[in-house]
Design a protein around this ligand. Structure first.
Ligand SMILES: Cc1ncc(COP(=O)(O)O)c(C=O)c1O
Length: 414
């Protein structure tokens, strides 16, 4: 049976104390997650026993490293329900995956006047690459608004999809926690002739994700937000799209034959993996996927609903604290953003840090969304498999202490 108190024993860093004797309370999982012993051991084992480049050598270590690397690709393909490992491109991060789509697909397919739909809740990683590519191609960005309660405005869907070439939508918002109805969006987008790019940086770590059921065209994900190493991540795309797309980066391994003025390219996914890839990190991501599979993604999600329900109940008891995003915990992930009257989020995060709690304050790489919410920044606590009710209680106590010690006048900015 899933028990976060047992799960947390697998994470050596959670034994840490900070600021003297304060136990570390890690509540910045939407930024990055901690690593279980199994992932750390996997990295050490790779560097101690198997370190080699992949796909190139004929010697024993090269074959071992290649087998581990390709094995990790197969694990990730199965984890997200891809039809095969040809559809998984290893990248450094969700950011790199989103840039890959914007550059490789966008530059080849967008022309002046074309519409690229981007939701108002997108992370800058799923916005700025499209700004760069629309500026270069003459296409235009169409914002998809959100409702006051933090959902995509589905009434606006027919309007924004009209004439769209691609829809860029996050599976789960890193600020509001909102889980977006990807299948519904994909069906409507396809009916309107548009492709769908899903930013799964927050969704894939927390939700049972099946690309076949989602019916999207691209899914970007991040390894370090799902217990894997930093520098790991990937892109899933339908094979026929990857086949048709030009390469993103050029260099070794992504070619078949090279002449001085032209080249032919490798088959997918290698066409998109130029140079020496992040070998150890991708193998470590495979170990993280094994770990999540052993926990069971249904239990991971059930735990998240349970702890977010508790956190929302407790936070709502605090006077002058406003929580953003959907009220229903089953419609949101493990991200809880809030504004506390009289305290700027940066001051708040600094104060709670002195109690050993790591929470995030700022615009969370979502400045357009901050404008919609009418705040310069929010405080954000984000939960994962090792967080317990004790962590929520510690947060509530630290917020109380912050209010007592540092309140300094002012009110809600809305
Ligand atoms: C929704 C969302 N998209 C993209 C990213 C970028 O992910 P990465 O750190 O893997 O580049 C983040 C990171 O915070 C995110 O929350």
């Amino acid at each position: 049976m899933f028990d976060p108190k047992v799960v947390r024993k697998d994470f050596p860093i959670l034994e840490r104390r900070v600021h003297g004797d304060k136990p570390l309370v890690w509540l910045d999982n939407a930024s990055t997650t901690q690593k279980p012993r199994r992932v750390i051991d996997c990295l050490v084992d790779f560097y101690e026993h198997h370190n080699s480049n992949v796909h190139r050598g004929v010697y024993a270590l090269a074959e071992e490293a290649t087998e581990l690397y390709e094995g990790a690709r197969a694990k990730i393909a199965a984890f997200i329900g891809a039809s095969g490992k040809r559809e998984i491109v290893f990248t450094r991060s969700a950011t790199e995956s989103l840039n890959l789509v914007a550059n490789a697909w966008g530059r080849a397919n967008l022309k002046p006047g074309d519409k690229v739909v981007v939701t108002e809740m997108e992370h800058h990683s799923n916005l700025i690459p499209w700004q760069l590519v629309t500026q270069a191609t003459g296409a235009q960005i169409v914002p998809w608004p959100i409702t006051d309660d933090g959902f995509l405005d589905l009434e606006a869907m027919p309007r924004v999809l009209d004439g769209a070439k691609i829809v860029c939508v996050s599976q789960m918002s890193n600020v509001l926690g909102t889980i977006n109805p990807i299948r519904q969006v994909a069906d409507a987008a396809h009916a309107a002739g548009a492709l769908v790019l899903v930013d799964g940086a927050q969704g894939v770590p927390h939700l049972i994700t099946n690309v076949a059921e989602m019916e999207a065209d691209f899914l970007a994900f991040s390894g370090h937000k799902m217990l894997g190493p930093t520098g790991s991540g990937g892109l899933w795309a339908r094979a026929e799209l990857l086949d048709a797309m030009p390469p993103f980066l050029g260099g070794g391994e992504m070619i078949l034959e090279v002449w001085i003025d032209h080249a032919t390219y490798n088959e997918i996914p290698y066409k998109f993996e130029a140079g020496t890839p992040n070998i150890a990190q991708s193998i470590g991501l495979g170990a993280a996927v094994d770990y999540l599979n052993d926990l069971g993604m249904e239990d991971v999600r059930a735990h998240e609903i349970e702890i977010v329900t508790y956190a929302l109940d407790e936070l709502r008891k605090i006077d002058g604290l406003k929580v953003f995003g959907p009220a229903d915990p089953t419609k949101r992930g493990g991200v809880v953003s809030f504004w506390m009257e009289d305290l700027h989020p940066h001051d708040l995060a600094t104060i709670v840090d002195t109690e050993g709690l790591a929470i995030r304050a700022g615009h969370h790489c979502a400045q357009p969304l901050m404008r919609v919410l009418g705040v310069p920044a929010t405080s954000r606590a984000s939960f994962y498999v090792y967080n317990t009710h004790d962590d929520v209680d510690a947060l509530v106590a630290a917020l109380g202490k912050a209010r007592e010690t540092f309140a300094r006048g002012g009110g809600l900015p809305f």
